[in-house]
Ligand binder design. Structure first.
Ligand SMILES: Nc1nc2c(c(=O)[nH]1)N[C@H]1C(S)=C(S)[C@@H](COP(=O)(O)O)O[C@H]1N2
Ligand SMILES: [Mo]
Length: 196
């Protein structure tokens, strides 16, 4: 099996275009109105401005992107701040096991903490060398390459660290609670113990 095939999860088709997908209107978020709030089970809750966020150490990473509507886009170069860096700044309390990621459009999606601590998870302001466009989540979006793209919240406004899990917007509407593309975890009826 060649590399591209190995990197394409079952049921997915590769695209070199970049489709735009979101539920509501694109919210207007400027560098002035931007805030990044971290709350819940952390030692040092924060409410960072754009300037404060951009002062955090950043890096670049290349990764793949898989949407549950069956398109995958490989080799995206993102630049931003790793989730781990944010986690170190706020200090995660030992009881925290889940994170609700919030967006300025009112979107929310839940991710188990251990998936976010992966080295390829970041808050990005740039894609393939260009500033992230508002339609793709600019000024800042989350990128979680190893889960379906609905977990990669655009226009991210904050993180809520939680002891017990709560389902996000799509997770409440029939999509899988975890959403791992290579296991094709698309729908909630596939979850262990689901009897619906
Ligand atoms: N805030 C927010 N983030 C979101 C969404 C949304 O509706 N609101 N849609 C998700 C879905 S379903 C997908 S497939 C990706 C699409 O990202 P793109 O439009 O940059 O391709 O964003 C995800 N992040
Ligand atoms: Mo999606």
């Amino acid at each position: 099996m060649d590399d591209l095939k190995k990197r394409t999860p079952p049921g997915q088709t590769l695209t070199t275009k970049w489709p735009v997908l979101h539920y509501s209107d694109v919210p207007r978020v400027t560098e002035e109105s931007f805030r990044f709030k971290v709350f819940g089970l952390v030692e040092r809750p924060c409410d960072w401005t754009w300037k404060e966020f951009r002062a955090l150490p950043s890096f670049q990473d290349k990764s793949d992107f898989h949407c549950v509507t069956t398109w995958s886009k490989l080799d995206n170069t993102w630049e931003g701040v790793s989730f781990k860096t944010v986690a170190e700044r706020v200090g995660i309390k030992p009881a925290a096991r889940f994170v609700m990621v919030h967006g300025f459009d009112g979107y929310y999606t839940n991710v188990e903490l251990e998936w976010l601590l992966d080295a390829d998870v970041l808050f990005a302001w740039s894609h393939d060398g260009k500033a992230l466009e508002p339609i793709h989540g600019g000024p800042l979006r989350l990128v979680v390459p190893k889960l379906y793209a609905w977990k990669s919240a655009k226009w991210v406004s904050g993180l809520e660290f939680m002891e017990t899990d709560r389902r996000g917007f799509w997770e409440e509407r029939g999509y899988h609670n975890r959403g791992e593309p290579f296991a094709e975890e698309r729908y909630s009826y596939q979850e262990p113990g689901d009897v619906s």
